[in-house]
Design a protein around this ligand. Structure first.
Ligand SMILES: Cc1cc2nc3c(=O)[nH]c(=O)nc-3n(C[C@H](O)[C@H](O)[C@H](O)COP(=O)(O)OP(=O)(O)OC[C@H]3O[C@@H](n4cnc5c(N)ncnc54)[C@H](O)[C@@H]3O)c2cc1C
Length: 367
C-alpha cells in the first residue's frame, strides 16, 4: 500500500517536472502549486480525516525521487495549512482550506525568528490584545514561501517571560496592513524570506487553538511532519543512488566496469544499507504517529529525521564521487541534489537538536 503510493507520487513527480523547472529559482512557483493540486495531492492532505504520517511520508518520498521543487512546494503548503486544518475554527477553515487545497492560495509556517531558531520558545514577536483581536509586531526569518505566501500560520508571544507557554498561533494573511517582507536568496533554489510585522491587526477568530497554547499547535504539526522530512531525504538518497549504480555498471576503467572495483562497490553498498535502515526508521516513526504511540513517537521521529537526512547527504556525496567529473556538471541532477540535500539537516530541528532529543528520550526510558 505504502509502496504503491510512493510509486504513484513518483509518477506524479514526472508529470510535474516541466512546470517545476519552469519556475524562477528562489521564488514561489504558483503554476506548480496549482499543478500539484490538479493531481489531487492536496486533497489527500486536507481530507476530512487529515493525512496519516505514513501517507505523507510516501507522498514526499515519491515526489523527491524525481522533483525536489515539487516536493518542497507540496510539503510547505502542508506545513503552512495543516495547523489551520487541525485547529482552526470552522468559519476560518471554510475560508482558507478549500483555496489551499485548490492550489489558489499559497501557505507558509512562520515560527523562526532572527533570535530564535533551535530555541523556538525564545521567540519575541509580540501579540498584544486590541479590542476583539491582537496587534502583532516583530520579525520572522527563513520562512519558506515568504514573503510571497497568501496565508501564514504565524507564532507570536502573548505572555512575556513565559517561554514556550506564552506563545499563540495566528492565521495572518498577506493583505493585512503592516505586513511586509523580502526574499533571502539561499544556496538551494528554495523560495524563502523574511517577514516584518508592524502592528498587524489579527482578529480573534484567527487564533489557532487556545491563547498561550500555540507551541502545542506547532509541535502537533511538527510531530506529523518530522518523519516526512526523513522521507523527503530518502527520496533524494534513492535518486542519487540510482544514478550512481547505473553509472558504475556502464562506465569502464582499466578494462572493467567500475562497479567491479571493491573501492566503488563497497561505497555504494554502504549507501544502500544506510537507505534501507533510514527507510525502516522513517516508516516506524510514521507508524508511531498514526498509532498515537506518544511514548516512542518523539524519539523515533528524531532518529528517523537525523538518520535519513544524514544518509541523503552521504548518498549524494558518494554518487558524485562515483560519477567523477560528470557528477559536478552544473546542470546535472546530482549537482542539483548537492544543493538541495544540505538544508534538511538544519530545518525542523538540526541534527544536533535531534541528538539532544534522542538522548533525552533514551535517558527517560521512552526509547
Ligand atoms: C531551507 C530552509 C527552510 C526553512 N523553512 C522554515 C519555515 O518554513 N518556517 C520556519 O519557521 N523556519 C524555517 N527554517 C528555519 C529553521 O527551522 C532554522 O534554521 C532551524 O530551526 C535552526 O535555527 P537557526 O538557523 O537559527 O540555528 P541556531 O539555532 O542558531 O543553531 C546554530 C547551531 O547551533 C546548534 N545548536 C543550537 N542549540 C543547540 C543545543 N541545545 N545543543 C546542540 N547544538 C545546538 C545548532 O544545531 C546549529 O548547528 C528554514 C531553514 C532553512 C535552511
Amino acid at each position: 500500500m505504502t509502496r504503491a503510493l510512493v510509486e504513484e507520487c513518483e509518477r506524479v513527480g514526472h508529470a510535474l517536472v516541466e512546470v517545476a523547472e519552469s519556475g524562477e529559482p528562489g521564488k514561489v512557483n504558483r503554476s506548480l502549486v496549482e499543478a500539484i493540486a490538479s493531481h489531487g495531492l492536496f486533497d489527500r492532505l486536507f481530507s476530512d480525516n487529515t493525512v496519516t504520517a505514513t501517507d505523507l511520508c510516501a507522498m514526499r518520498q515519491g515526489l523527491a525521487r524525481v522533483s525536489t521543487e515539487s516536493e518542497t512546494a507540496f510539503a510547505v503548503q502542508g506545513l503552512g495549512a495543516i495547523p489551520i486544518h487541525l485547529t482552526g475554527q470552522a468559519a476560518l477553515k471554510g475560508r482558507v482550506i478549500p483555496e489551499v487545497r485548490r492550489g489558489g492560495t499559497v501557505a507558509a509556517f512562520a515560527l523562526t525568528e532572527p533570535g530564535a531558531g533551535s530555541d523556538a520558545g525564545a521567540l519575541v514577536t509580540t501579540a498584544e490584545r486590541d479590542g476583539d483581536g491582537f496587534r502583532l509586531s516583530g520579525e520572522k526569518a527563513y520562512i519558506s514561501n515568504a514573503p510571497e505566501a497568501d496565508v501564514y500560520t504565524l507564532f507570536a508571544r502573548t505572555t512575556p517571560d513565559a517561554g514556550s507557554r506564552g506563545i499563540t498561533a495566528f492565521v495572518v494573511t498577506s493583505d493585512m496592513d503592516g505586513l511586509s517582507g523580502e526574499h533571502i536568496p539561499m544556496l538551494s533554489p528554495h523560495p524563502l524570506g523574511r517577514l516584518h510585522l508592524d502592528g498587524v491587526f489579527v482578529p480573534g477568530e484567527n487564533v489557532l487553538g487556545q491563547v498561550d497554547n500555540g507551541f502545542r499547535v506547532a509541535m502537533q504539526t511538527l510531530d506529523l511532519f518530522r518523519p516526512s522530512v526523513g522521507a523527503f531525504a530518502l527520496g533524494m538518497a534513492e535518486a542519487a543512488l540510482r544514478i550512481a549504480t547505473s553509472h558504475a555498471t556502464t562506465r569502464t576503467a582499466f578494462g572493467a566496469p567500475i562497479s567491479d572495483f571493491q573501492g566503488v562497490s563497497h561505497q555504494l553498498a554502504d549507501v544502500r544499507l544506510a537507505i534501507e535502515s533510514a527507510e525502516l526508521l522513517v516508516y516506524s516513526a510514521a507508524a508511531a504517529h498514526d498509532d498515537s504511540d506518544t511514548e516512542t513517537l518523539t524519539g523515533k521521529a528524531a532518529m528517523a529525521k537525523l538518520h535519513a537526512t544524514e544518509t541523503a547527504q552521504l548518498a549524494v556525496d558518494t554518487a558524485i564521487q562515483v560519477l567523477g567529473a560528470r557528477g559536478l556538471e552544473a546542470d546535472s541532477t546530482l549537482a542539483h541534489l548537492y544543493l538541495e540535500v544540505r538544508a534538511p539537516r538544519i530545518y525542523e530541528g538540526t541534527s544536533e537538536i535531534q541528538r539532544n532529543i534522542i538522548a533525552r528520550e533514551m535517558f527517560n526510558g521512552r526509547i
